[in-house]
Design a binder for this molecule. Structure first.
Ligand code: DGL
Length: 262
């Protein structure tokens, strides 16, 4: 079992920001990544729809022998991780907006959270926010429209710039000093976000923390690979693969990308 791959899924290409951190920390592990781009954005769907899509993705990854699954999507995690953990026998790693460190280290007492509607309205998000943000001001913003633009490869477009200005400028009026990126697609917008919020606002995403948690859980379950040659990596996408390949172009390790109907 320990030689089996780690599975990851997302509503599309955004979870590759998590995959990059995972392979950096765990270079000998094999991975399989599912980009369910055909069904993006998940953030506008109901909880039932998100759970059904998460089941579909999980069953595909389990059929490929995955020993652990990273739900590389905040929206899928906050809506379906309890269901997945209860119904499947393998460990799951989820991703939630990193509210805790932002709240703990904020000096101005104000933080911004940019996430999808599906994440911001989930019970899990509400629980975490209640736990850590009682004494600080949180400005929550639904990033509607950003995921489809990223999926279309329009990272540097005027449309993305206009949406980011609309969503982030009001946060600056509250003197936020941390901005939590609560969607795995958003790290690809960090250069544009920085131009709007400036250097004094610390941008927090969850990639590194998720990689460390994956390592810890593999060790706990004695599932870490015993091989010491580079892992094999496969990506499956159910739309055209061009944008996914573009987003992976800075990756120096070997991988394959295949279009597949799932
Ligand atoms: N990458 C997903 C997330 O982290 C995007 C959600 C969506 O498809 O709307 O939430």
């Amino acid at each position: 079992m320990s030689q089996n791959p780690i599975g990851l899924f997302d509503s599309g290409i955004g979870g590759t920001s998590i995959w990059k951190e995972v392979v950096k920390l765990l270079p000998y592990e094999n991975t399989i990544y599912l980009a369910d781009s055909k069904n993006a954005p998940y953030g506008e769907k109901s909880t039932d729809e998100i759970v059904a899509l998460s089941i579909k993705n999980t069953e595909f990854l389990i059929s490929k022998g995955c020993k652990l699954i990273i739900v590389a999507c905040n929206t899928a995690t906050t809506n379906s991780i309890d269901y997945l953990r209860t119904n499947y026998p393998i460990p799951f790693i989820g991703i939630e907006p990193a509210i805790k460190p932002a709240a703990l280290f904020s000096k101005t007492g104000a933080i911004g959270i940019l996430a999808t509607k599906g994440t911001l309205t989930s019970k899990l998000f509400e629980k975490t926010a209640n736990e850590y943000t009682k004494t600080i001001t949180t400005i929550k913003q639904d990033g509607a429209g950003l995921v489809p633009l990223i999926e279309a490869g329009k990272l540097n477009s005027v449309e993305v710039k206009a949406l980011l200005e609309k969503y982030l400028k009001p946060m600056l009026q509250f003197d936020i000093d941390h901005l939590v990126l609560g969607c795995t697609h958003y790290p690809y917008l960090i250069p544009q976000i920085k131009k709007i919020v400036g250097e004094s606002v610390k941008i927090i995403d969850s990639g590194e923390a998720v990689a460390k948690q994956t390592k810890a859980i593999l060790e706990k379950h004695e599932l870490s690979t015993i091989l010491s040659n580079s892992g094999k990596h496969s990506f499956y996408i159910n739309t055209n693969k061009t944008v996914l390949e573009e987003i992976l172009k800075d990756v120096s390790i070997n991988f394959i990308v295949a279009e597949l109907n799932f």
